[in-house]
Write a protein that binds this ligand. Structure first.
Ligand code: NAG
Ligand code: NAG
Length: 658
């Protein structure tokens, strides 16, 4: 048995780049809005500090109505309603001695030996926890922000600094991934100056610090941490788990395959306090599984192996959120990114499945078939599943098994078995993701906001396709939210205020989640937009309020079919017809620039006195980017019409527009 299964565990890795996504072309957005257009017409607001870079930490505080921002040597407090309005800022540079030490260690004084604020968490009713690189001397502080409703305040006591080791990275190029639960911080970070001692670390609070086994490649193998979440498992808080999302070098890949990156989800129990005789002050409940995002192919799967970001969407039940994740490729063959969606049930199933096992250095990784000790490693000590009240009571064989088997044999596959949305050869890759669940006339839809490495945000909706739970992503908008094209480093959403906050190296931007008027001025245009935030109200395309009277609201997200929705709408503009007279042998210039980049324009003509419309094929026209040049042969009068149709999979989804 062992050999066949060993092959199965690494087959996906072996075929990693065997197949490209033949024929895949990037899908165009329905609307593309430039920085200038967004600023002039759609309320884009920006924030930047003088001579300060690297806006990376964003914290939305709905109660205080503030957006807290961490950047190079600064923390800022902005209004959630308008980030440009009366911003408050606080300088937090690294002390001169630390900067000098940093410089002696060979780092650049002007770009690296600064305090890059990487992490901001709401700590209690009056304070934030902020941590920064402190010129390669990680440091944390409690920042006083006052009670809510008070005049915004931002104050740091420089005498009360905390050690930031194991909380913030040393290196400004590294990301910090952490979650604050109660008074305790769970972080995934490199805990040394050289950036080699990677750890999943619990600090602050009353309990002793806990970490992963150091320098054991089975536990962590040059990981890059992406996100950390606290997710309850039952009504009993003793079952609460912390989930870590990261990518790392695949320890299970055969050496011949070289350095292969895989994406992972890892878990630990919140009530883990380490072992008694071994794994003292180390996790006893750490497990990890591979997170797969791939496109199945005949000759093998195409893998998106570089996890970039994860967003937890938990509209109702905190125990079973959806995980929206963005991935890119590490391939030299093609550049692509994908969004995959995972359910917590599938994550938990992988941790309840077989353990990956390696008998010795010359053996391969296989599915462990022996007896698994009780209580099963990965289970939290709790009344729900067993009789142990502390991980210190776990029997020695459990601790030994846990130490040697952190990796699960089964991978976590995305919902529907494939990416929800992907872009290949688009000239950019995805870096960040945020999601919002929106109530529309025909159900709930998840709207995704995807940040890219060229400073744009893509707005994508997830619509059901075929049988449940399969969905596909439709690209609605491409928003150029920055003046330059610096990569999006962080993104936060306020569903309550309908705003999106986007950070990059050079600035922070704020944009509304919807721009209904941008879709057009006709019922059909509004309907074809398939934007769940928008509906036709009889006069204009405006914000859809699920609670308002529905009688006059027209919206069809699922099919986007304006014929049923907008027919008989007396307010919809009548077909625009324009008579064009041509001189024999001369030519006439015709123009039609549709709002939607997915629209398809058709030209027809009608001879004078004729009823029939004939579609004009290209030889009659000379197309250019501005319009069409129509030579008028022997026709004294030609009647031209255009047909505008929206691109869709349904072949009959066509709309006579004007
Ligand atoms: C935001 O605040 C700035 C500065 O006070 C102001 O100029 C701008 O008009 C405001 N924008 C909106 C949309 O309220
Ligand atoms: C919040 O935490 C800070 C730092 O530990 C402390 O000084 C402050 O008193 C706390 N505030 C409240 C309301 O507990």
């Amino acid at each position: 048995m062992g050999r066949a299964e060993a092959a199965a565990m690494i087959r996906g890795l072996a075929l990693l780049w065997a197949v490209g996504l033949g024929g895949a072309t990037p899908s165009p957005p329905r609307l593309r809005l430039s920085f200038q257009e967004l600023q002039a017409w759609h309320g884009l607001r920006t924030f930047r500090l003088e001579r300060t870079c690297c806006y990376e930490a964003l914290l939305v505080d709905e109660e205080r109505g503030r957006l807290f921002v961490g950047a190079e040597n600064h923390v800022a407090s902005l209004s959630l309603d308008n980030i440009s309005k009366r911003p408050k800022k606080m300088a937090w540079p690294a002390p001169v001695e630390w900067r000098e030490e940093c410089n002696w260690a060979g780092k650049d004084i002007g770009t690296e030996c600064m305090n890059f604020v990487k992490l901001l968490h709401a700590y209690n009713h009056t304070h934030l926890l902020a941590c920064g690189t402190g010129a390669f001397h990680p440091t944390c502080a409690f920042v006083e922000v006052g009670h809510r409703l008070e005049e915004p305040m931002l104050r740091l006591d420089p005498r009360r600094l905390e050690d930031g080791k194991g909380k913030s990275p040393y290196d400004p190029r590294h990301r910090a991934a952490s979650v604050l639960v109660g008074e305790e911080l769970y972080s995934g970070v490199a805990a040394d100056l050289m950036g080699r001692d990677f750890t999943i670390f619990r600090s602050l609070g009353q309990r002793p610090s806990l970490r992963t086994e150091p320098h054991d490649s089975r536990w962590l193998n040059e990981p890059k941490f992406v996100k950390v979440f606290w997710i309850p498992e039952s009504e009993n808080p003793d079952d609460d788990k912390i989930y870590f999302f990261f990518r790392e070098l695949a320890v299970e890949a055969a050496p011949a395959m070289g350095r292969l990156t895989v994406s992972r989800v890892g878990q630990i129990c919140r009530n883990d306090v380490g072992g008694q005789r071994s794994l003292v002050n180390k996790w006893t409940t750490f497990l990890k599984a591979r997170l797969v995002c791939s496109v199945p192919g005949v000759e093998g799967d195409t893998h998106f192996d570089q996890l970039q970001d994860v967003f937890l969407l938990s509209p109702r039940d905190r125990r079973s959120p959806l995980l929206y994740a963005v991935f890119s490729t590490s391939s030299g063959i093609f550049q692509g990114s994908a969004v995959c969606v995972y359910s917590m049930n599938d994550v938990r199933r992988a941790f309840l499945g077989p353990f990956a096992h390696k008998e010795g250095p010359t053996h391969q990784w296989v599915s462990y078939q022996g007896r698994v000790p009780y209580p099963r490693p990965g289970m939290c000590p709790s009344k729900t599943f067993g009789t142990f009240s502390s991980t210190k009571d776990f029997p020695d064989d459990v601790i030994q098994f846990a130490r040697n088997h952190p990796l699960m044999y089964n991978s976590v596959l995305p919902i529907g078995g494939r990416p929800l949305f992907l872009q290949v050869g688009a000239g950019y890759t995805f870096t960040q993701i945020a999601a919002d669940r929106v109530a529309a006339a025909d159900g709930h839809y998840d709207v995704l906001f995807i940040g890219t490495d060229v400073g744009t945000v893509l707005k994508v909706i997830s619509v059901p396709k075929g049988s449940w739970p399969s969905s596909e992503g439709l690209l609605l908008e491409e928003l150029h939210v920055f003046e330059d094209s610096a990569a999006v480093t962080s993104m936060q959403i306020s569903s309550k205020r309908h705003q999106l906050y986007v950070a990059s190296r050079s600035a922070v931007a704020q944009i509304s989640l919807h721009r209904c008027s941008a879709h057009g001025r006709a019922c059909a245009e509004c309907c074809l937009s398939r934007d769940p935030y928008c509906a036709w109200d009889g006069v204009a395309c405006t914000r859809f309020q699920p609670t308002a009277k529905r009688r006059f609201r027209r919206q069809d997200i699922r099919n986007g079919d304006p014929r049923t929705l907008c027919s008989g709408d007396s307010s919809s503009p009548t077909l625009l017809e324009r008579k064009v007279f041509g001189v024999e042998g001369g030519s006439a210039f015709l123009e039609c620039e549709p709002r939607s980049l997915q629209a398809h324009v058709e030209w027809t003509f009608q001879r004078a006195g004729d009823v029939a419309h004939t579609q004009v094929s290209s030889p009659l026209f000379e197309s250019s980017s501005e319009g069409h040049q129509l030579p008028c042969p022997q026709l004294p009068s030609v009647h031209l019409r255009t047909r505008l149709s929206h691109f869709s999979e349904a072949p009959n989804d066509r709309l006579p527009q004007f």
